[in-house]
Design a protein around this ligand. Structure first.
Ligand code: PMP
Length: 385
């Protein structure tokens, strides 16, 4: 890596320190024939609606406002109000996928050595962005927040995925949401809530945005159309307390002027389609069947070598192996055996040698593939222990 870099022009320190996302490297091999992949968070392709551009207004091809299309912002604000978050369309900024939202929030807050509070484990591509801007990551426990340490360490913001967390699948209950919101409010820590999985609920769960429980500290709530509609559209949104929005809008403008108007128009058309609820219900029902089949296969093959909590929603099982092996070392062997998964280590804010944990996506593989793939993986874990 260093030898290659020395032959290149002088890149910024940030870029020199940036490593390829482990997940993108895995995604590059998952299309190999015979490969069973539990690695990505790919929604099932069968669920994508048939889209038509026939009725698209001509001006969708023109430059548009940085904040996004007004009717889409109105729809999002109205939807969030029904979910308990008091907001208006003026507080909504449409972004090019919620990954861009993470990038903009990082740019808003992070200088080199800025403390940022994150869960452990948490979404690896958020960690990657926060590190890129030089954040000093502080791990906190969203299920048992420690107000005194928030006050002492004064993170610039706390990143939280309360609902069907990636990678753990955990959903905070009402009391946990109230306690975390109270703690962050009391310590005046701005909150960045990431909520892409909220529609994928298989069991009854509290899903009111955590931000709805805040009264004193600034907040940013983020949603996405990737998991309930289609990730290829690359559309998500930030909703922020009014004092933050102008700054986020400037950052958005500097990044890419505005999000793709054709995608925004397509999403709006989908949101207004009366068949939408039935489509999401069918999607959730099919993922529930896959989750249950996956868990049965897990019990068969991993019952005596790992533990897990059944995810009440979202796309992942988070496994803790009885033996604390380095799952990054397991991965190339698994790929050779035609089964892919996500090692646990990249989801941790602090470097550990071997965490013995891994993330398994259950929405993509059929029940048969899950059974075969987990059998292969369990055999590798047994031989590594
Ligand atoms: N946040 C979380 C927690 C995610 O899991 C993902 C996607 N896996 C994203 C953000 C990014 O999603 P997108 O850019 O497709 O909206």
């Amino acid at each position: 890596m260093t030898a290659q870099l020395s032959a290149l022009p002088a890149f910024s320190t940030r870029t020199r320190d940036l490593h390829a996302s482990p997940i993108r490297e895995i995604l590059a091999v998952v299309d190999r024939p015979g490969m069973i992949s539990f690695a990505g968070g790919l929604p099932s392709g069968d669920s994508f609606p048939r889209l038509s551009l026939d009725a698209m207004p001509q001006n969708a091809l023109q430059y548009g406002p940085s904040e996004g299309e007004r009717p889409l912002r109105e729809w999002i604000a109205a939807d969030l109000r029904t979910r308990g978050l008091d907001c208006t369309a003026d507080q909504v900024l449409i972004v090019s996928g919620s990954q861009q939202g993470i990038d903009l929030v990082a740019k808003l807050f992070i200088d080199p050595q800025t403390p940022v509070a994150v869960e452990s484990p948490t979404y690896l591509a958020a960690l990657q962005v926060f590190r890129f801007f030089g954040a000093r990551l502080l791990a906190y426990d969203a299920e048992a927040p420690d107000t005194a340490s928030f006050v002492r360490e004064k993170p610039a913001f706390a990143y939280v995925i309360p609902t069907f967390q990636n990678p753990s699948g955990r959903c905070l209950d009402a009391a946990q949401r109230t306690a975390l919101a109270a703690s962050l409010d009391e310590a005046r820590i701005p909150v960045f809530e990431d909520d892409p999985y909220r529609d994928l609920a298989y069991d009854p769960c509290e899903r009111t945005p955590l931000c709805a429980g805040l009264s004193r500290t600034p907040w940013i709530y983020q949603g996405s159309f990737s998991k309930n509609l289609a990730p290829g559209l690359r559309l998500g949104y930030l909703v922020a307390s009014p004092e933050l929005l102008p700054f986020l809008t400037r950052l958005k403008q500097a990044a890419d002027l505005h999000s793709n108007r054709v995608s925004q128009w397509v999403v709006l058309q989908q949101l207004n389609d009366p068949a939408r609820h039935a489509r999401i219900d069918a999607l959730v029902a099919s993922y529930r069947v896959r989750r249950d089949a996956f868990e049965q296969a897990l019990r068969r093959h991993f019952g005596d070598i790992a533990t897990w909590r059944t995810p009440p929603g979202g796309l992942f099982f988070w496994l803790t192996l009885n033996e604390r092996i380095d799952t990054r070392v397991l991965l190339p062997k698994a790929i050779e055996a035609n089964v892919a998964f996500m090692p646990g280590e990249p989801f941790l804010p602090h470097e550990v040698e071997a965490c013995g944990q891994l993330r398994l996506n259950f929405s993509h593989a059929t029940a048969e593939q899950a059974d075969v793939g987990l059998e292969r993986l369990a055999a590798l874990v047994r031989s590594a222990s």
